[in-house]
Structure formats: structure tokens, C-alpha cells
Design a protein around this ligand. Structure first.
Ligand SMILES: NC(=O)c1ccc[n+]([C@@H]2O[C@H](COP(=O)([O-])OP(=O)(O)OC[C@H]3O[C@@H](n4cnc5c(N)ncnc54)[C@H](OP(=O)(O)O)[C@@H]3O)[C@@H](O)[C@H]2O)c1
Length: 319
């Protein structure tokens, strides 16, 4: 698998990263989780993306990761990049979310305990916190790096202005913000259009895209109804059937025809398109079975696009 450097830092990511948002909760058998994670690693994915809230329940994905990691992959710790996050809501108490020093420091400690690790490679602030002074958030992240609990800092879901602000403070603290994690897909191009991509480039930061397949919509799996074994049927916490409108279905159909002309599945074209147009260091993939990892990684065989193909995709999306 090709590898890309996050700006000028020492952090080098594989072109694809495995995400643990779904498929790693208590609702999925250990054998399935092990096969997804090991398949990804065998194909060259040495970067795993977690968060303290991934499950269900919260924390279960870190527990599942630890079970597979310590039984199968521990000997490769020096080659494996483990990312986790804190800041997304775990409950209503003021210290169960946000960007306070107390929330961030207590939650990196809990993540390290759950995963039985000495350090994570990347620690993200998961969501911006409009109520806590960004200086406090940045200083807490810097302290976590100085304590050796994380090697690199990232942020996720920040606006361009928030990213500019925290980047400046973290640079002054000499613990730079090395990576920005954002949603980006053919159906959600805000990252490229709202100025975030410019801030990332200007600050020589790495970047990683999530929900590149729009939670499975950009695979075409919902074109003829809701399959019984799909995310919408099995785990509709964050996407429900009403996301599959006629407009979306028509776009997916037209995009699938284009993908077939390129010799790819729609999932493969969507992943290649995001990496290419967003200039991402890595793109995240989610998977509910190892065969999806195989199909998605095979996208790396055709990552370039002609101007005509890019125009055709944007025409379909604008219809
Ligand atoms: N920072 C943040 O706020 C944030 C937010 C969201 C996600 N993330 C990260 O990004 C990762 C990926 O997000 P995501 O799960 O939304 O990604 P996604 O790639 O848009 O969707 C993944 C889902 O699509 C389906 N799928 C994947 N490949 C397929 C294929 N080849 N054929 C058919 N179906 C396929 C699977 O669901 P089913 O088979 O169950 O239908 C899979 O779980 C997460 O795990 C997490 O690490 C971060």
C-alpha cells in the first residue's frame, strides 16, 4: 500500500485507514472483528482510527481493538499507528464532553487503560467546543503529548477559523497540530469548498477523510431497498432509511455507470475520488466484513481521474 506523509512531520500514513466507529461494538462477534482488523493489516493498513465513544456502548470499540491487537498484532506495535479521540458527548455531565483540560486528560487516561497501551500515536480533539477557551483545549492537548501519552495531536470537525486558531496555539506550544480529520464524499464536499482544505494546505498539515462512502450509500447497496445486513437495517443510530431519497438513488445509479466504465465498483470510485480531489493523506474505510476491506483496498489500483471524468461526476451530483 502506498504511504503518504502528514505535512513535514514524522507521521506517515497508509493511503487507507481502518475506522472503528461501527462493527466494533458489543453487537458484533469477536471473530468478525478479528477478521476485519487482521485482513486490513495484511493488506497494508497499519493505521487504526478509534474514539472513546465508539461502540456501542461507549468504549466498546477500544475494548474490541485491544482484544484483537493484544492477541494478534502486538508484536507489530512499532509499525502500527493507533489513533483515538475525546470530546464527543458521552453523557450530560459537563465533564462527559467538550474541550476542557479535565475531560481530555481523564479520557486519554481511560482510553490508554481500556486499550492497555502506554501511548497512542494520534490523539484527536473530536469536536470543537464553543464554550471552552481554545487556549485551554490546546494546552491540554500539548500536555498530553509532553506526558508521552500521545505522540501527535489532531483535531476533527473544526471549522476553518477554529482550525487556524488552534493550529497557531499548538505551534507556539511546540506541539503542532499534525492532522485534521473531516467528513468528505461525493455527497458532502464542504471540506473542499468551505476553506478547510486551504487551511490544511497552508499549515502543511496531514488530512484524513471520513464517511467517504456516505455510510454505505455510495456503494449502491441501497439502490433496490434496504438490505437486511446493512447499516441502516442493523445499526441505524446515525443513518436511517429516509436518507435514501429518489434524488440520491438517481445520482447513485448514474455514478455507478461511470464507475463501471472506469472498471471499478462505485465504492472503489468514491474512495479514489475522495483521495484524489481532496488531496488527503489517507482516507478512512469502515467495514462490516473482510470482503468489504478487500473491495475497498482494491480501489488503490485506479486512483487517477481525467478532467472529463471529474466534470461528469460533478454534473451528475448537480442534477
Ligand atoms: N471524526 C469523526 O467525527 C468521524 C465521524 C464518522 C466516522 N469517522 C471515522 O471514519 C470511519 C469510517 O466512517 P464510516 O463508517 O461512516 O465510513 P463509510 O466508508 O462511509 O461507510 C462504511 C460502511 O459502508 C458499508 N460498506 C463499506 N464498504 C462497502 C463495500 N465495499 N460494499 C458494500 N458496503 C460497504 C459498511 O456498512 P454495512 O455493510 O453495515 O452497510 C461499512 O461499515 C469510522 O469508522 C471512524 O473511524 C470519524
Amino acid at each position: 500500500m502506498k504511504q503518504y506523509r502528514c505535512g513535514r512531520s514524522g507521521l506517515v500514513l497508509p493511503a487507507m485507514t481502518l475506522g472503528f466507529w461501527h462493527s466494533f461494538g458489543d453487537n458484533v462477534p469477536y471473530e468478525v472483528q478479528k477478521s476485519i482488523m487482521c485482513r486490513a493489516f495484511d493488506l497494508g493498513i497499519y493505521h487504526f482510527d478509534l474514539a472513546n465513544c465508539y461502540g456501542p456502548p461507549d468504549g466498546a470499540a477500544e475494548d474490541a481493538f485491544a482484544r484483537v491487537f493484544h492477541s494478534q498484532l502486538q508484536g507489530h506495535r512499532d509499525e502500527i499507528l493507533i489513533a483515538t479521540k475525546a470530546g464527543a458527548p458521552l453523557g450530560d455531565h459537563p465533564y462527559q464532553s467538550g474541550g476542557s483540560a479535565k475531560h481530555l486528560i481523564s479520557n486519554i487516561d481511560k482510553s490508554l487503560r481500556r486499550m492497555n497501551l502506554d501511548y497512542v500515536d494520534i490523539f484527536y480533539h473530536h469536536l470543537p467546543d464553543p464554550d471552552t477557551d481554545i487556549q485551554e483545549t490546546a494546552d491540554a492537548l500539548s500536555r498530553i503529548v509532553r506526558q508521552g501519552k500521545a505522540l501527535y495531536i489532531g483535531v476533527s470537525n473544526y471549522s476553518p477559523e477554529q482550525l487556524e486558531d488552534i493550529t497557531e496555539i499548538l505551534r507556539e506550544n511546540k506541539t503542532p497540530c499534525v492532522i485534521c480529520q473531516s467528513s468528505y464524499s461525493m455527497l458532502n464536499q464542504d471540506y473542499a469548498k468551505n476553506g478547510l482544505a486551504d487551511v490544511v494546505q497552508r499549515n502543511h498539515m496531514g488530512s484524513i477523510a471520513y464517511s467517504v462512502l456516505a455510510q454505505g450509500v455510495l456503494t449502491g447497496k441501497y439502490s433496490k431497498g434496504i438490505p437486511k445486513d446493512s447499516r441502516i437495517a442493523v445499526d441505524p443510530r446515525y443513518i436511517q432509511a429516509d436518507a435514501i431519497t429518489d434524488e440520491v438513488t438517481n445520482k447513485v445509479h448514474a455514478l455507478t455507470e461511470l464507475a463501471v466504465h472506469r472498471g471499478q465498483s462505485l465504492a472503489q470510485m468514491a474512495l479514489a475520488w475522495a483521495k484524489y480531489t481532496g488531496k488527503f493523506t489517507s482516507v478512512l474505510i469502515g467495514a462490516s466484513r473482510p470482503s468489504q476491506v478487500d473491495e475497498n483496498v482494491a480501489a488503490l489500483g485506479r486512483m487517477d481521474f481525467s478532467e472529463d471524468e471529474l466534470d461528469a461526476i460533478q454534473r451528475i451530483l448537480a442534477e
